[in-house]
Design a protein around this ligand. Sequence first.
Ligand code: UDP
Length: 342
Amino acid sequence: MQEKIIVTGGCGYIGSHTVITLINHNYEVVIFDDLSNSNLKILDRIQKITGIKPHFEQVDLKSSEATHAVFKTHKDSKAVIHFAAHKAVAESIHNPLMYYQNNLFSLINTLKAQQDNSIKHHIFSSSATVYGNPSQMPITEDAPTQRSFSPYGNTKKMAEEILEDFTNSQSDISVISLRYFNPIGAHESGQIGEFPTAIPNNLMPYITQTAAGVLEKLMVFGNDYPTKDGTPIRDYIHVVDLAEAHLKALQRLLGPKSQPLEVFNLGTGNGYSVLEMIKAFEAVSGSLLNYEITDRRPGDVPEMFASTALAKQVLNWEASRSLHDMIQSSWTWEQNLRKGLK
Ligand code: UDP
């Protein structure tokens, strides 16, 4: 019998890659998504890649009634992987209430519905942003969490606090929270990737859109940081590696060693500066990128890279894809989008 897994936000960037990994490992997947930042076409792409079209429910998880109803229909599920959230840092600064309302209500409604329907396992999409400006590298999971510069980051920190209180209450639900570093890249098929809705905030889609001529120039936000070349260092990780980490987390939750609450970093452990990323992109694409150094972006920290030891030891997972793979797949995806991938 196939085990059924609910994937909220399963039409989104990391969600859709995870759905593919789950289907390829013989799980039955049902996606809950409000399509606020995604597109139903993704279901056909998933079918093209895996041979299976996942079940889909369009639902607004901010609504407790709607959440209750949809979970009741799928109460035979074994676990929830909760990706559904808004993620644009700049937008969250302009519209904090929208972020708190969406990201926190949807989590609370999901946990409540899991409790009501005895769906006992939950994987939460967290972020390395919960570490704020950490004092030690690499960052281990026991580093203190800090208030974030952005409401988006604070929703992730608060969500983790909610999960801690919830699991401390002997809720009978076990949780793994996964703190993502900087996900980039796309599926090797070239059929699935990050769908840009507005002008991107993040470095990689900004680079590929500049190279594709959609944007004029990449602005490099500061070169006076205390790093090797003055630009900030981040731990970029391939989205398919991330997807595979969710599979491992699910297997742990469904297995005998499941704990009430565990937290893992998902990164490669390698840090690259913005200038190194530009150079690496130029090498992959074979053309020069139009960029200019400008002022620092408020809230950016000089350096972030993960300690990967805990995920390796406990989940038996580590990232295997190279920076070249990450950049090549991002670039292929961008070119496919520009060719009018439908
Ligand atoms: N960055 C940049 N120009 C951009 C977007 C990002 O120089 O248009 C830099 C940013 O300052 C940071 C790095 O790229 O040092 C990664 O930024 P991103 O927003 O992708 O991730 P995060 O800040 O969340 O780590």
